[in-house]
Design a protein around this ligand. Structure first.
Ligand code: PAF
Length: 285
């Protein structure tokens, strides 16, 4: 497995790989790899000839006061995991190569980027869309793989790919969870032991809402109330939003009559870690 740090070398590697007849799958990550990331690589391996994983803590998607400096950076360990799971290359550029002096261009997916997490994280999805389009242009993958845990990110990126005619197929893979239901996230490492013990309440709430949906409930407020009631028993897990939205427009819905995203964001009481999770009712992303 090659570790590549320059965009020009990455583009040359991809061109040579394509010339050899292989399709390319891209798994974009910010490192601190867990089983969720590795499941994206597994899916890419099934569908493409060579998998590239990007590992880049992208400064433009972090707001002021967010955890850009604290975000775990463990490139050596990550590269070892990427190698073990069968990646053909890791692309790990320095920030100066992605955003050189004089950098001025950003991708803004209007409206979608301002909803749900976008309200608490203004500019976040602009940073995500910008860096992912840059990765697409450098790596030129046939397919790219994202986790459903970051559902809004996947929806924003699908819109970008459609709107800008980007020749890549996006696949959204199921959220990988711990045994107790907590969605895997590199940020779970910030949780105090008590927060970690309480955090599965988010998944429990979503599961309760999904059961009500399966039993025929279509009133969004009732499903939201079910999640709220479960979170209320875990004072360390404070909801920031619980919403039911259209899976394409992210418009909030009162009544469910098609596939919907039920999305939750919480802030923990001590470490102030932001946890997100979701379920798709009546369809998939
Ligand atoms: O999901 C992530 O880890 C990041 O948002 C991504 C897609 C790698 C862009 O920096």
């Amino acid at each position: 497995m090659e570790i590549i740090t320059s965009p020009a070398d990455m583009a040359a590697w991809s061109a040579a790989t394509r010339k050899s007849g292989l399709t390319i799958g891209l798994v974009p990550t910010m490192g601190a790899l867990h089983e969720g990331h590795l499941s994206l690589v597994n899916e890419s391996q099934k569908r493409t000839g060579a998998t590239v994983m990007s590992i880049f803590v992208n400064p433009t998607q972090f707001g002021q006061g967010e955890d850009y400096d604290a975000y775990p950076r463990v490139l050596e360990a990550d590269a070892e995991k990427a190698r073990a799971v069968g990646c053909a290359a890791v692309f790990a550029p320095p920030a100066s190569a992605m955003y050189p002096v004089g950098y001025k261009t950003y991708v803004d997916v209007e409206e979608l980027g301002g909803k749900l997490c976008g309200r608490a994280r203004p500019g976040h999805f602009r940073g995500v869309a910008t860096v992912v389009l840059k990765f697409f242009n450098i790596v030129r993958p046939d397919e790219a793989f994202f986790g459903q845990k970051d559902a809004q990110q996947a929806i924003v990126l699908k819109r970008m790919v459609l709107d800008l005619n980007v020749p890549v197929t996006l696949t959204v893979c199921p959220t990988v969870r711990s045994r107790d239901g907590l969605a895997l996230s590199s940020r779970n490492a910030y949780l105090t032991p008590a927060e970690r013990a309480a955090a599965p309440a988010i998944c429990k709430g979503l599961t309760a809402a999904a059961s009500l949906y399966l039993a025929g409930e279509r009133n969004a407020a009732k499903l939201i109330a079910a999640v709220k009631a479960i979170l209320a028993a875990s004072p360390l897990i404070v909801p920031e939003y619980i919403e039911i939205v259209d899976t394409v427009s992210l418009q909030s819905l009162d009544v469910i009559d098609g596939p919907v995203l039920m999305a939750v964001a919480c802030r923990t009481g001590v470490s102030r870690t932001r946890l997100i999770d979701n379920t798709v009712l009546g369809g998939s992303l």
